[in-house]
Design a protein around this ligand. Structure first.
Ligand code: GLN
Length: 485
């Protein structure tokens, strides 16, 4: 087994026992990136020299017995996280030359533990997309088959883990951007509850929905990475002061007696038969492991996509106002006067999907339409959240598909944005409800593409979510199958 195939916790054990140095390990990952990323395009920036220097420091810290959980472990970050001195583009041409002066909180917490950062990962521009085809720097390709998309928007993060180019990565999830690419790339991704992880220093897309979370090889690795970044941060007013439990401690308690809800509205006509079959097998396996199943209903599911694409675009239109060539963003210095300069800079810097969403969002917020669209969407959002709270009266976690189909081919859906939006139907509701959810591998299609299942947990009950995910993982070996790169 090569070093890059080790899980986070196997790496941790070997580093701490000093059977392995962080420098050797970091070199192995950098070699792997050099060997395979030409075919995947997951990295926008590789910080090789800095990584090796940090690895050497981590080795010293480990030698002196001062290691933390992630000391010396090579990780990589979606390019939505601002990183001091390291170019941060959000995969947008408008931020092509942006070098942030500080680290965001999640990044600072990883660095404080002595994690080694290998670089910044490709994504859909400003995290808007489900396929990575909206990147301003060419799409990421799926390590299971380069003709297929890796999912989005954290497609670089998921593909990076699947192709063994980092031990684990951080992504963000506004409407499924951690879970859907994790599912399409055969890895595990967890979107924590809104408020669980600080978004300070994360480029904002839709601020009432955005959340930071781990993408990793398996459930235990996800728990370890979540542990490192979770918890209150005074710099993010939406982060909560609730204590952070020990996520690894309860992981192995099993699912005996756990009530798993199956939402009727998620098992519908139009679900790909192979996804359906993989889910049925997963349900049977969890039943054998002692879980109890109950039917639940989330009656407002049909409205979730429309509701999300009003709220998220409205918030995006406001958040993206700062890219004007003055406060942030590349300036186009032609034109006549200030307004013209703003317009030309934005016209040149943003890609087509970002422009579409700014226009949709600006329209939804404009006077005369605000009540009809934005206010209505907020009311629907409350109903969707209530659906989940009612379901959690009867079930401890919910089990659903992540996406209606396995990964699709590059170019297959680009002509029809609505088709692309509709494929987010199963992931969006958890963001609107603000609760936690994760994607765990549960099958591979006849074409050789991974399939994931989604578990949705009660707000702030990531511990039970992880426990259910771990129990499912123990029933098979889907998470251990490597992408045939
Ligand atoms: N695919 C969704 C969108 O395009 C979700 C994106 C995300 O979670 N950042 O908005």
């Amino acid at each position: 087994m090569s070093l890059t195939d080790l899980t986070l916790r196997a790496i941790q054990q070997r580093l701490q026992a000093r059977e392995l140095t962080s420098v050797d390990l970091t070199r192995a990952f950098l070699d792997r990136i050099a060997a395979v990323d030409g075919r995947i395009n997951a990295f926008l920036t590789v910080t090789g020299e800095q990584a090796l220097a940090d690895a050497a420091l981590a080795d010293r810290r480990l030698d002196e017995g001062r290691g933390d959980a992630l000391t010396g472990i090579p990780l990589a970050l979606k390019d939505v996280f601002v990183t001091e001195g390291v170019r941060t583009t959000c995969a947008s041409r408008i931020l092509d030359n942006f070098i942030p002066p500080y680290d965001g909180t999640a990044v600072a917490r990883l660095k404080a533990q002595g994690a080694v950062l290998l670089g910044k990962l490709n994504m859909d521009e400003f995290a808007m997309g489900s396929s990575n085809e909206n990147s301003g720097y060419s799409p990421v390709r799926n390590p299971w088959n380069p003709d297929y998309v890796p999912g989005g928007s954290s497609g670089g993060s998921a593909a990076c883990v699947a192709a063994r180019m980092a031990a684990a990565t951080l992504g963000t999830d506004t409407g499924g951007s951690i879970r859907q690419p994790a599912s399409h790339c055969g890895v595990v991704g967890l979107k924590p509850t809104y408020g669980r992880v600080s978004r300070y220093g994360v480029v904002a897309y839709a601020s009432s929905l955005d959340q930071v979370g781990p993408i990793a090889r398996d459930v235990e690795d996800c728990a370890m990475l979540l542990q490192a970044v979770a918890g209150h941060d005074p710099a993010d007013a939406t982060s909560v002061t609730l204590p952070v439990p020990d996520y690894c401690a309860a992981l192995k308690d099993g699912v005996k007696g756990l009530k798993i809800g199956l939402p009727r509205e998620y098992f519908i006509e139009g679900l790909d038969p192979e996804v359906q079959k993989a889910l049925e097998q997963a349900i049977a396996a969890l039943g054998d492991a002692g879980a109890e199943f109950v039917q639940v209903s989330l009656p407002h599911t049909d409205y979730a996509v429309a509701c999300y694409y009003i709220i998220s675009t409205a918030e995006a239109s406001s958040n993206l106002a700062r890219y004007d060539g003055v406060r942030f963003g590349r300036r186009v210095d032609r034109g006549q006067g200030l307004i013209d300069m703003f317009m030309q800079s934005r016209a040149a810097g943003f890609g087509p999907e970002v422009k579409r969403r700014i226009m949709l969002g600006t329209y939804a917020l404009s006077s005369g339409y605000y009540d009809a669209y934005y206010l209505k969407a907020q009311k629907v959002r409350t109903l969707i959240r209530q659906d989940f709270l009612d379901a959690f009266d009867r079930a401890d976690v919910l089990l659903t598909p992540v996406a209606p189909t396995p990964a699709f081919k590059l170019g297959e859906k680009t002509a029809d944005p609505l088709q692309m939006y509709l494929s987010d139907i199963f992931t969006i509701p958890a963001n609107l409800a603000g609760t936690c959810a994760m994607s765990v591998p549960c099958g591979v299609s006849a074409e050789g593409l991974p399939i994931g299942l989604q578990l949705i947990g009660r707000p702030f009950d990531e511990a039970t979510l992880l426990r259910a995910g771990y129990a499912f993982q123990q029933t098979g070996d889907w998470h251990q199958r490597p992408a045939p790169l």
